[in-house]
Design a protein around this ligand. Structure first.
Ligand code: NAD
Length: 353
């Protein structure tokens, strides 16, 4: 059992990690989150009454507050997920990405280092600072090849550039100061509790409301999809068993074009909740202008994590999508209020009521 400080624990992946840690381990969790538009405490309802779970509303850029929370909780592991995470938003307004992803990571690292330096030797050896990052830091692939731990960084969007910078800061704190860090770079996550502006929930909700399903370009861009519960098992495996100073790729072995993703959603919905007029949801697909600098293909080789730490994804894309769609069908009470209270519903042309 350990004390784990999770930043960004009210977000999509962070909340899945917190729910997993409380349900399936003995660890104690302090969730530190500023509750931006992407943070949602209702994603933590299943753990809210656990005596191993606490929440603190705090900004990762607020050095004094973070230091005070660390001094009080005395974490043995810090898993740093808090970030601005949406590529389209980073194109419209990069400033918040620089602030949270770069300054916030610097703040967390320097507070973690002060804490780590004050620990006794045995505690020092056990401590881990685990930074959660993305495969987007490696740029784009052509038709072949995979990202590995050796792939050079080549970020293209303000989001991926800010995450690349934060990875470099984390590595620098290991090399320069000896802080025991871990970095994981993962592919696109999907699953329950995913904010409705992201591709998969957006398409599910648009299917259900009878709206056009906007697919960028010809839908040929390829992503590797990772079911969020598989990802949080990987994160737990890495901070429990990973070698300090190392990075690990996490992928779902589920490469799909964006068009194939949308078609799988349509076909799954055709099977479990067919349209009232008997037509296929595929009839709602509509191609729209591509976004600037849209990376063609991301694909992950996760064999180091599989070989060295024994992790494997458990969901195929089809079983994961089935679970995800059923969750959105059963949990309108979670996503409808988000559409109503954020600008994203309006911006994306979603019906907000
Ligand atoms: P998310 O946007 O759903 O959640 C981010 C969380 O961070 C929110 O709860 C938000 O309130 C919080 N936050 C934002 N700024 C903050 C600040 N200044 N201080 C404290 N809290 C703040 O993101 P996610 O999809 O859960 O991603 C989590 C992490 O995983 C991010 O670091 C992201 O870069 C990385 N990642 C995500 C994916 C993916 O597919 N979602 C893929 C690869 C890597």
């Amino acid at each position: 059992m350990a004390r784990i400080l999770v930043t960004g624990g009210a977000g999509f992946i962070g909340s899945a990690l917190v729910r997993h840690l409380i349900a399936n381990t003995e660890h104690e969790v302090l969730n530190v989150d500023a509750l931006t538009y992407a943070g949602n405490l209702s994603s933590l309802a299943p753990v809210a009454n656990s005596n191993r779970y606490r929440f603190a509303k705090a900004d990762v850029c607020d050095r004094e507050r973070i230091a005070a929370l660390i001094a009080e909780f005395r974490p043995e592991v810090i898993t740093h997920l808090a970030a601005e995470s949406h590529v389209d938003r980073s194109i419209d307004g990069p400033a918040a990405f620089i602030e949270t992803n770069l300054v916030g990571t610097f703040t967390m690292l320097s507070a973690a280092l002060d804490h780590w330096r004050g620990l006794a030797d045995a505690e020092k050896a056990r401590f881990r600072f685990h930074h959660i990052s993305t495969d987007e830091v490696f740029g784009a692939l052509g038709d072949d090849g995979y990202f590995t731990e050796e792939t050079p960084y080549d970020p293209r969007s303000p989001y991926s550039a800010s995450k690349a910078g934060s990875d470099h800061l984390v590595s620098a704190w290991a090399h320069t100061y000896g802080l025991p860090v871990l970095i994981t770079n993962c592919s696109n996550n999907y699953g329950p509790y995913h904010f409705p502006e992201k591709l998969i929930p957006l398409m599910i909700i648009k299917c259900l409301s009878g709206e056009a399903l906007p697919v960028y370009g010809q839908g040929a861009n390829v992503r590797d999809w990772l079911f969020v519960d598989d990802h949080v098992r990987a994160l737990t495996t890495v901070f429990e068993k990973g070698t300090p100073g190392e990075s690990y790729m996490v992928g779902g072995r589920s490469e799909r074009t964006n068009l194939a993703v949308v078609e799988t959603i349509c076909d799954t919905l055709d099977r479990i909740r067919s349209r009232a007029d008997g037509k296929s949801y595929r009839d709602q697909i509509s191609f729209v202008a591509d976004r600037p600098g849209h990376d063609f293909r991301y694909a992950i080789d996760a064999s180091k994590l599989e070989r060295e730490l024994g992790w494997r994804p458990q969901e195929s894309f089809e079983t994961g999508i089935d679970k995800t769609i059923r969750w959105y069908l059963d949990n309108e009470a979670w996503w409808r209020p988000i559409l109503a209270r954020t600008y994203s519903g309006e911006r994306l042309g979603l019906k907000t009521a």
